[in-house]
Design a protein around this ligand. Structure first.
Ligand SMILES: *[C@@H]1O[C@H](CO)[C@@H](O)[C@H](O)[C@H]1NC(C)=O
Ligand SMILES: *[C@@H]1O[C@H](CO)[C@@H](O)[C@H](O)[C@H]1NC(C)=O
Ligand SMILES: *[C@@H]1O[C@H](CO)[C@@H](O)[C@H](O)[C@H]1NC(C)=O
Length: 324
């Protein structure tokens, strides 16, 4: 009986609204958040006339309404384009406009961003390294701030299993690094990995990452190959060292031939008084002789010293600009 009355009154009020030209309001008005953005969305009123536009406002739980998107034709407004903070509680309202007419405002419920935002799953990559799998994890990007700024205690649960044996999955929980090596895996076996972000505060359902599968390498090959490569490298190193010791004299002659400055170099030093090329910074003092010491094998003195100080005297020093 009372239901019938209700229906009657509703119908009557709608009729009166239509007769009086009152614009009907948007429906299903809500605020949602993903990765700390803030979206006010709605459905158009039933039988919305052409040319309907919408205007929105929003407020935090401790403030007054601020203008949001104005005179838009879409059915949502990104409130995170206006100034909002990670820990705020926000609600919005919207009304439809047509010419001079305006519908009543419809308010949404409120949402507390850090507690209720839907956190996207991390992006994960898998790299087989011989008999292990290296899991690299990248946090989702947040619109304002970042995951680790907003939540002080972020960790990952890494679940992994042999392909086809998901019921025997193992989980590493409370992982804080973004790069983890899964060890003690069987060789030549395909493993699947899934990662979940765990925060203590956020209450939205957790979206796990997509499942990634990779095959571990064959045991027998990789250590043998590594050993062979290591042996070859060591042999080459030993050979080069031996050669260097045996041929030291000729190598040193090759590397440090009897020094005489090339003619053009000497000339340019003499002819450019403002030269910024400064080989010796204190020209007025005694120039330390430029010496080349070569170790002579079998020579009784052991060393042989050749002095080149004379040659450089007055050529380099006089043209040197002092930096102080
Ligand atoms: C909000 O910002 C996004 C990206 O910066 C932009 O694509 C969008 O049009 C903006 N929305 C409003 C209502 O300003
Ligand atoms: C929005 O539309 C209304 C009615 O169509 C108009 O009166 C108002 O000036 C418009 N506001 C802006 C900012 O364009
Ligand atoms: C992460 O692992 C811990 C310990 O196994 C478990 O209590 C928790 O429910 C897991 N969280 C998720 C989101 O899977």
């Amino acid at each position: 009986m009372s239901a019938a009355v209700c229906v009657f009154i509703l119908t009557l009020s709608t009729l009166i609204g239509v007769v009086l030209g009152v614009l009907s309001s948007p429906t299903n008005v809500q605020v949602t958040s993903r990765n700390l953005n803030l979206i006010l969305s709605w459905d158009p009123p039933a039988e919305a006339p052409n040319g309907l536009i919408y205007t929105t406002e929003f407020k935090s739980s401790i403030g007054l309404y601020n203008p949001g998107c104005i005179n838009i034709t879409t059915f949502q407004c990104e409130l995170s384009n206006f100034s909002i903070t990670s820990y705020g509680t926000y609600s919005g309202k919207v009304r439809a406009l047509l010419g001079e007419e305006a519908s009543p405002w419809v308010e949404s419920k409120s949402i507390t961003l850090d507690l209720e935002t839907q956190i996207s799953p991390p992006s994960v990559s898998l790299l087989p390294v011989s008999q292990t799998l290296e899991v690299s994890i990248k946090d989702p990007e947040f619109i304002i701030s970042s995951l680790r700024n907003v939540y002080s205690k972020v960790s990952y649960n890494i679940t992994y299993w042999k392909e086809g044996q998901e019921n025997q999955a193992e989980t590493l929980s409370n992982v804080h690094q973004d790069r983890v090596v899964l060890k003690k895996l069987d060789p030549s076996t395909k493993y699947c990995v899934q990662v979940r972000i765990v925060t203590l505060r956020n209450k939205s359902p957790i979206e796990p990452s997509g499942v990634l599968c990779e095959r571990t390498s064959d045991t027998d090959n990789s250590p043998v190959v590594a050993a062979v490569v290591a042996c070859v490298l060591i042999a080459v190193a030993v050979a080069v060292t031996t050669l260097a010791v045996v041929k030291w004299k000729s190598i040193s002659h090759f590397l440090w031939p009897k020094v005489s400055l090339p003619l053009h170099f000497e000339k340019s030093l003499l002819t450019t008084p403002e030269s910024s090329v400064c080989l010796i910074t204190q020209p007025t003092e005694e120039i330390a002789p430029l010496s080349i010491i070569t170790v002579e094998e079998g020579s009784p003195e052991g060393t042989k010293e050749t002095s080149y100080s004379k040659q450089l005297h007055g050529t380099v020093g006089d043209n040197c600009l002092l930096s102080d």
